[in-house]
Design a protein around this ligand. Structure first.
Ligand code: PMP
Ligand code: GLN
Length: 396
């Protein structure tokens, strides 16, 4: 007999995030963790020092609901400097506890139960549960590997009279795709025609390579008034544990975002906010250097994986590279493959099927390359030993 009433059924049906699952498995096997996306070096020492000093100068009480003025000003200035977007620091910015909160707050601000939201698979793991918890209806559209182009007819078909919003992640996790100007133009046209909003998860905005350029959807004609643009200090300053995010957008929407934020966390650590404000004011060479250092690591891992027989897919942004493991002849799916290499090779990765709802491709795994050169070399050495042994069966 059941002692208590069932609690929330959606959350009961939601598993622990794959990033936590694989990090725990990596720890158990002392594996090099190329699964969960976090750098293995600290972010800029001057920014960390500003945060440390800011703990000691008597500003440790609640900061303002929408964020410290200096950070809101820095976010508005960064919008202008990098993209030519005019954002009002008072009415157009809300600081959140990470982009994760920003995504939820943005969806809360826009959606009523029954509204439809267009989502693009493979998709980041918090999108779907939050859309469903808000009583909204997901409409999923799939990009197809290996090139992850936007399927225009399917996207158009996903829009209808009930469409309230589209959630766009560019640069995209896990694919490393950076949406092209033509694709963004097509999306913008659909949003205009259906009078829908865009939630733009741009946490990897500064991590773009291969000559690709990140273009915020909000910069396209008619998009600024219907877009909420999300950034993450965790990614921009290689300090993922800080959980400082920011949303910028039109005042009419940002007032509602602020109300969502007041009900979620109300505010975010002031010391970290002060340091992030200083970080956003760093000169251009900091941002260029961040991308070029990551590009070198991407090339290193890409070349190493190819040498071992993986078929890697192009990655023009983010921390991640996707590899097709089928050429290795492993007799199991992507989940079994990731378990196998974590336990037997001592290198963890993330199965890409975790970014899909229902039937998914089963031969792709995601590796994070935001690690030191010697760590990537060691991971490749370990994988080489494992590949040489050529196990043809999955772990029991
Ligand atoms: N969106 C995407 C696509 C991500 O990969 C991540 C990863 N951390 C987040 C949002 C969350 O960012 P934050 O750590 O700032 O909450
Ligand atoms: N965004 C990170 C990734 O994709 C993980 C964040 C998390 O663990 N929640 O790997």
């Amino acid at each position: 007999m059941r002692a208590v009433k069932p609690a929330n059924s959606l959350l009961s049906a939601t598993g622990t995030t794959i990033f936590t699952v694989m990090s725990a498995l990596a720890a158990r096997h002392q594996a090099i963790n190329l699964g969960q996306g976090f750098p293995d070096t600290e972010g800029p020492a001057d920014i960390v020092r500003i945060a440390a000093e800011a703990l000691l100068d008597h500003r440790n009480q609640y900061p303002p609901l929408t964020g410290l003025p200096e950070l809101r000003e820095a976010v508005a200035a960064a919008n202008g400097r990098f993209y030519g977007l005019m954002i009002d620091p008072v009415t157009g910015v809300v600081v959140t506890s990470g982009a994760t909160e920003a995504i939820t707050a943005s969806l809360m601000a826009l959606l009523n139960p029954g509204d439809e939201v267009v989502l693009i698979e493979p998709l980041y793991d918090t999108y779907l549960p939050v859309v469903k918890l808000l009583g909204a209806v997901p409409r999923l559209v799939r990009l197809q590997p290996p090139h992850w182009e936007l399927p225009r007819a399917a996207l158009e078909a996903a829009f209808g009279p009930k469409t309230k919003a589209l959630l766009l992640n560019s640069p995209m996790n896990p694919t490393g795709k950076v949406f092209t100007p033509e694709e963004l133009g097509f999306i913008a046209d659909l949003l205009r025609r259906h009078d829908a909003y865009a939630v733009c998860d741009e946490v990897y905005e500064h991590l773009v390579f291969s000559g690709a350029r990140h273009i915020p959807l909000a910069t396209l004609p008619g998009m600024a008034e219907r877009s909420l643009r999300i950034g993450s200090a965790g990614k921009t300053f290689s300090l993922t544990g800080w959980k400082v995010g920011y949303i910028s957008g039109p005042a009419a929407l940002m007032g509602l975002v602020a109300k969502a934020h007041q009900n979620l966390t109300f505010t975010t650590a002031p010391n970290l906010q002060r340091a992030v404000a200083a970080g956003l004011a760093k000169p251009d060479d900091y941002f260029a250097g961040l991308a070029s250092a990551l590009e070198t690591r991407r090339d290193q891992l890409d070349a190493g994986l190819r040498r071992l027989g993986f078929h890697t897919l192009a990655s023009a942004g983010s921390y991640f590279i996707t590899a097709d493991v089928s050429p290795l002849g492993f007799a199991g799916d992507d989940v079994a493959f990731c378990q196998e290499i974590t336990a037997r090779a001592g290198v963890a990765a993330i199965p890409v099927s975790a970014f899909y709802v229902g039937e998914a491709p089963r031969q792709y795994v995601r590796f994070a390359f935001c690690k030191r050169e010697e760590i990537l070399e060691e991971a490749l050495r370990r994988l080489e030993g494992w590949v040489a042994a050529r196990p043809l069966t999955a772990l029991a």
